[in-house]
Design a protein around this ligand. Structure first.
Ligand code: ADP
Length: 761
């Protein structure tokens, strides 16, 4: 082989090698690429595997959670089942434990379930309580058992009544009696889903106890009535002889007695009166306690009531030198509707205490009112005193029963300790309040307020006193040592448009008179040093002739009051607003020179004499007392022992006046009066005045007696003074003729037509 061959071969081999190398290169590149691709794919695959793994993990954890939850729910379900079962068992245990029968009916009125008591109860009536049993079948079974007591009406009626009752919606209860004196109480309630729950209870024991309680209550009420009747009776029984004692002592005191005898007679009288006050308190209290106390609202004059109470207490106040004053609001009407008698009683208790517990100074009754609605006033009455007062720690007990503030102190004063308790109850019954303010050693102020309607009559309702037109009194000089009194008078006169100057003694009054001109002097009577009469004399001595009004708390006429030309008038304290106005009105028409020379208006009219009187009174002693008390008048007296006799006598005889006891056998005073009034109406004659003789127990009935046709009433024990006072009053008011009015020769007009005796029956 030559070189070229070699060369050629070399070249060939080299070319082949290059080719091989190129191919190798190519293959390597392809391999690299393939490796790269493979690596990429491997990466992708790894990611995919990881993702799948994660998804798988998530799915597995979810599955595990779900498995947990399922297990928990299954456990809960088991627990809930247990709880439900327990609750149901408890419920049934409870339903079985109750003594009542329990049953549940479905919407179709068929029994769903019932406890053993119910089942047993139906069993005793021959009815098997099984689910599905119809309500109607139960009622029929009970009806057929003969257990239904007659008190439920005929059985057929009872059956339909029970079905109707069952059909009623809502809650209902029904008590029924079974034979054998058994009582059942049925209760039903419809549930929201239309089922009905029924309870049946045996109330036999409760019914028996109820019956016993009813009987006990009836017994207690009967005993209470008996107690009240006994008390009323006792009161009457005690009062009747007491009336004799007090009346006779009153008469005895008027006879010629030496000092000792006078003392004995006065003591008998005052002890009797004190005993009657206690009796009245106890009686009132027991009436209130037993709920038998009633109020009798009627039109009444409040100002008059306050005034009357003050007049009643005046003698005692005067005896102690205590001034008793009234401050009745000038703007306040006087006429209201209320139980005037009971209001007076409260007022008498409070003002009586004030006088009792005050040794010096004053007792002031102040009345004010505010309008709370049209025609309705809230009246405040305060009783202020300058007495011993009440310690702070006693005040809260003061309105309690049988309470006396300080035994040591109050033992000096008589009393039952019931007055305030009764007053509190009375005021509460009137719908009002009562209170007290007090400072030990300084004084007390007891007050109460009640709402009262004004009387319908607008004339009376709005009537506030005022002066009539006439010559005007412009300036008044007020003389009184007591400041409260001066203030009251200043206010009252100010309201009437009169300018006032007030002074506290005769000296200062004379000084005022020297300095200024006055149209009138209003002077107190009893003042320290010099009296009102002394002042009047000095005024006249000084040549002044202005009118002087004397205000005195003395019962009769003060010495010197009737001296000619001295006084223009004498007013009895406490002064009613209308009396003050009337006295000032009288001055308005009086010229200064012609001062009143006649006795002051306070003097009493003489009592009428020679009357023909019918006295209806069953008690002999009282007849005697009345006869003696009327002795001086020279009257002709006819007695009737009861209402019937009084009526018969009245039909045949002509009387000027009748005294009518209320409690009498056969026919009482009210019926007798009504019969007499019918008789008078039938024959067309004028009504003869009839005076009721009442006991305190009937205090609230005053209006009832007036309604029956009586003119007035006098409370027992009777007093000569009140009888003669009443007779004079009747003469003054024109209801009775004056002296020697009977023994009439000519037949009086009222006898003109005689009715038949039958009209009296
Ligand atoms: P009594 O019949 O004893 O007066 P009350 O119930 O009326 O009974 O009064 C109870 C007590 O209240 C009295 O005993 C007295 O201690 C006290 N008391 C009542 N009013 C007054 C007063 N104005 N001043 C001082 N104490 C009074």
């Amino acid at each position: 082989m030559n070189a070229s061959d070699w060369q050629q071969r070399y070249e060939q081999e080299r070319a082949a090698r290059i080719e091989a190398e190129r191919r190798l290169e190519l293959r390597s590149a392809e391999l690299r690429q393939a490796n790269l691709d493979l690596a990429i794919q491997a990466d992708d695959l790894t990611v995919e595997i990881e993702t799948t793994q994660q998804e798988f993990d998530a799915a597995r954890s979810r599955a595990e959670t779900l498995a947990d939850q399922t297990q928990r729910i299954r456990a809960d379900l088991v627990a809930a089942n247990h709880a439900t079962f327990r609750a149901e068992r408890r419920l049934w245990d409870a339903l079985e434990a109750i003594q009542d029968g329990f049953a549940l009916f479905g919407e179709d009125d068929r029994l769903i379930a019932a406890n053993r008591v119910y089942t047993k109860f139906l069993g005793t009536l021959g009815c098997t309580a099984a689910p599905g049993l119809a309500y109607r079948a139960i009622i029929d079974a009970v009806a057929a058992s003969g257990a239904v007591h007659d008190s439920n009406g005929p059985v057929a009626q009872w059956r339909s009544a029970m079905r109707r009752w069952h059909a009623e919606p809502g809650y209902k209860a029904h008590v029924m009696q079974l034979n054998g004196d058994h009582w059942l109480k049925l209760k039903e309630r419809r549930t929201e889903d239309g089922n009905t729950v029924m309870l049946v209870s045996d109330v036999t024991e409760a019914k028996r106890r109820e019956g016993e309680l009813d009987a006990a209550r009836r017994d207690a009420e009967a005993a209470n009535r008996a107690k009240s009747a006994f008390l009323a009776n006792m009161s009457h029984e005690i009062r009747t002889p007491m009336n004799g004692v007090v009346g006779m002592a009153d008469l005895l005191a008027e006879t010629d007695l030496d000092d000792d005898q006078q003392l004995y007679a006065d003591t008998i009288r005052s002890s009797g009166e004190a005993l009657l006050v206690i009796l009245n308190d106890v009686l009132d209290y027991s009436k209130i306690e037993s709920g038998m106390f009633e109020l009798f609202p009627e039109p009444f004059d409040l100002e008059r009531a306050v005034h009357d109470v003050a007049l009643l207490l005046q003698p005692k106040a005067r005896e102690k030198g205590v001034d008793l004053l009234i401050d009745y609001d000038m703007f306040l009407p006087a006429h209201y509707i209320g139980d005037g008698g009971r209001l007076r009683q409260v007022l008498t208790n409070l003002a009586g205490n004030a006088v009792k517990f005050t040794e010096t100074g004053f007792v002031l009754i102040r009345v004010v009112g505010i309008e709370v609605a049209a025609g309705q006033q809230k009246i405040h009455i305060a009783i202020e005193d300058s007495g011993i007062g009440i310690a702070a720690d006693q005040i809260e007990h003061i309105f309690g029963e049988f309470t006396q503030a300080d035994e040591k102190i109050t033992r000096r004063f008589e009393g039952t300790g019931l007055g305030l308790a009764i007053s509190r109850r009375l005021v509460a019954m009137m719908g009002g309040d009562i209170w007290v303010d007090s400072v030990l050693g300084k004084g007390s102020c007891f007050g109460f307020s009640v709402e009262l309607p004004l009387v319908g009559d607008p004339k009376l309702a709005t009537q506030a006193p005022g002066l009539k037109a006439g010559r005007k009194l412009r300036r008044a000089l007020i003389v009184d040592d007591l400041q409260v009194n001066r203030v009251i008078l200043e206010r009252q006169l100010g309201f009437l448009g009169i300018e006032t100057t007030a002074c506290c003694s005769v000296e200062t009054a004379l000084q005022c008179l020297a300095e200024a001109r006055f149209d009138v002097i209003l002077t107190d009577h009893q003042m320290p040093g010099q009296t009102g009469i002394d002042l009047a004399r000095k005024v006249r001595d000084a040549g002044l002739n202005l009118p002087i009004l004397l205000l005195s708390s003395q019962a009769g006429q003060p010495a010197g009051a009737s001296e000619p030309g001295l006084l223009a008038g004498c007013l009895r304290k406490p002064v009613l607003r209308r009396d003050l106005c009337a006295a000032l009105d009288a001055l308005n028409g009086v010229a200064r020179a012609e001062l009143v020379r006649s006795p002051p208006p306070d003097t009493e009219d003489a009592a009428p004499t020679g009357l023909h009187l019918l006295i209806a009174e069953d008690n002999r002693t009282n007849q005697l007392v009345l006869a003696r008390m009327l002795d001086e008048g020279g009257h002709k007296l006819d007695f009737a022992n009861n209402g019937r006799e009084a009526v018969d006598l009245f039909a045949t005889t002509d009387f000027d006046l009748v005294f009518m006891d209320i409690s009498m056998p056969e026919m009482d005073g009210v019926e007798a009066t009504e019969t007499i009034r019918r008789f008078e109406a039938a024959r067309g004659s004028d009504p003869v005045p009839i005076i009721a003789l009442t006991a305190h127990a009937m205090a609230g009935d005053g209006e009832r007696f007036l309604a029956a046709g009586m003119d007035r009433h006098l409370s027992k024990p009777l007093k000569k003074a009140s009888i003669t006072g009443l007779l004079s009053d009747l003469v003054r008011s024109g209801r009775l003729n004056g002296a020697e009015c009977s023994g009439s020769l000519a037949p009086p007009a009222r006898m003109a037509r005689q009715p038949s005796a039958a009209a009296m029956r």
